[in-house]
Ligand binder design. Structure first.
Ligand code: NAD
Length: 474
């Protein structure tokens, strides 16, 4: 199923990348076929009463792999949702989870609606009815399949999903683990909202800190001063841009659904987000930047890092030749078509693949799920214990050296870890380790010629090992 931007559909492009990596591995073809296949696809239509009539809603939930359960993956609300897209996104979740050692199979959901066209009350009715459909077919549950936010959804929708699930399963003590990305008051974990963007920041910082790789791109080491273009200032794009900016990167252009703006000296992301809120969601005519005549020009602007964080197939055979960025950071899922990637790789760019770079969301979702199953906030048991132990060490150091440490410095050194500290530290560790696991393959296996192939290689290896240890293929 091709489209105007690629001869491959989104799912076909994921299969193509899979085959490229699988082709340099030595696994049984049947096992590889099982890993690649989508295990269960649930396509549904359900009626919702609104605006004096009945509207039939088209929706999906796909469980790509059951090599580990529950399945895990976000729910997308978009008028462009279709089965191929949900299958591709679910498959990417399988590989993403494997890559960052999150013990879930891949899943994804989609509801074919444009949220902008519905009131909050209508969205709630649609979300609750969708959840009821998932419950009926056992496509949701803390041990079965755990959705999360994605394009067009956020913690508000996750709270509706939880509430609906709990009303059907009041006896399930682990019910809060049926969905992640919830508000903290509903069992969410601190740091989940910004986790994908923060993970992108950690990943890019790691990539840019490797002097050898930056030298090959003729770029300086580190994030400081790097020029960044961001497409999509939603949950992923906004937080990624904010953390990159705080680390010294310069956001030179932002593209949104209504157009694109630029300022070579830098756009203050928080100030722009404030302007956007007051401007019905639009970014155009932002007084501290200029409008591009054509939104598409933004992706082709001179910059070091291009961060597509909106939707798939945004960089393709037609615009890739004009793209000047040397680092393509895939914040969105599938933002580059295979044709676009071939051109960019030929030009010598580094492509940091989606399945690695945006894995921060599912990593912190895993922490949230663990919190829900353990029924205790991270840090609750040990924060005070750590603080007391650090206090004793500092007192001993003061005694031995005969010097007193300043009060503020002492407070900083003896602080026990809160939930947010533990979440961010777990995320940072995960993103750093995973980057090196794929870079090692990229640098040491001459057949893995790019980071995406290396990422698939690592992920396939982990899923294959898991299947084999299950004894599914005697
Ligand atoms: P979101 O709905 O919060 O934000 C998307 C933004 O993109 C919106 O501001 C929208 O107006 C903008 N947009 C839409 N079409 C555009 C266009 N043609 N040009 C420029 N901007 C456009 O969605 P999100 O959660 O940030 O997800 C974005 C991407 O990241 C998706 O591909 C999603 O699958 C992926 N992702 C999200 C998460 C997560 O935790 N939310 C995790 C991993 C991957």
């Amino acid at each position: 199923m091709s489209n105007s931007k690629s001869k491959y559909s989104f799912f076909e492009s994921v299969e193509l990348y899979f085959d490229k990596a699988a082709g340099i591995m030595n696994y049984d073809p049947g096992l590889l076929q099982q890993i690649k296949s989508c295990n269960s696809v649930y396509q549904m239509r359900f009626p919702v009463r609104m605006r004096g009539g009945i509207q039939v809603i088209e929706a999906y939930r796909v469980q790509h792999s059951h090599h580990k359960t529950p399945c895990k993956g976000g729910i997308r609300f978009s008028s462009k949702v279709n089965q191929d897209e949900v299958m591709a996104l679910a498959a990417l979740m399988t590989y993403k989870c494997a890559l960052v050692d999150v013990p879930f199979g891949g899943g994804k959901g989609g509801v074919k609606i444009s949220p902008r066209e519905y009131t909050e009350e209508e969205l709630e009715r649609i979300t609750r009815r969708y959840t009821a459909e998932l419950i009926r077919k056992r496509f949701i549950g803390p041990a079965v399949d755990v959705p999360a936010p994605d394009y067009g959804t956020g913690e508000r929708e996750m709270a509706w999903i939880l509430d609906t699930y709990v009303s059907y399963h009041p006896e399930d003590i682990d019910a809060a683990g049926c969905v992640t990305g919830k508000p903290v008051e509903q069992g969410g974990v601190r740091g989940r909202t910004e986790a994908t963007g923060r993970g992108i920041f950690y990943g890019l910082r790691e990539a840019c800190n490797i002097a050898e790789d930056m030298k090959a791109l003729k770029l300086s080491t580190g994030l400081d001063g790097k020029k960044v273009v961001v497409q999509g200032l939603g949950n992923v794009g906004y937080y990624a841009a904010k953390f990159l900016q705080e680390a010294g990167a310069i956001i030179v252009a932002v593209a949104e659904y209504d157009g694109a703006i630029y300022n070579e000296k830098g756009i203050d992301v928080e100030d722009l987000a404030k302007y956007r809120k007051e401007n019905k969601g639009g970014i155009m005519n932002y007084p501290k930047a200029k409008n591009f005549e054509d939104r598409r020009e933004a992706l082709e602007m001179q910059c070091d890092i291009l961060l597509p964080a909106a939707l798939e197939q945004q960089i393709h055979g037609e615009n890739a030749p004009n793209i000047k960025a040397k680092i393509i950071a895939e914040g969105a899922n599938g933002p580059v078509t295979p044709e676009g990637e071939a051109i960019l790789l030929q030009k010598g760019a580094i492509m940091i693949p989606d399945m690695y770079l945006n894995a921060g969301g599912v990593t912190v979702s895993y922490f949230e799920w663990l919190k829900n199953l353990s029924h205790v906030r991270f840090g609750r048991m040990d924060k005070r214990f750590q603080q007391t132990a650090f206090d004793k060490i500092i007192s001993e150091v003061e005694k031995l050296t005969g010097r007193n440490i300043e009060k503020e410095q002492k407070m900083f050194l003896t602080k026990g870890a809160d939930e947010i500290d533990l979440v961010n530290s777990g995320l940072e560790e995960t993103m750093i380790n995973a980057y090196h696991s794929i870079r090692d393959v990229w640098k040491n296996n001459p057949q893995a010629k790019d980071l995406r192939t290396a990422a698939f290689y690592v992920a396939i290896d982990k899923v294959a090992q898991s299947y084999m240890s299950l004894g599914v293929f005697p």
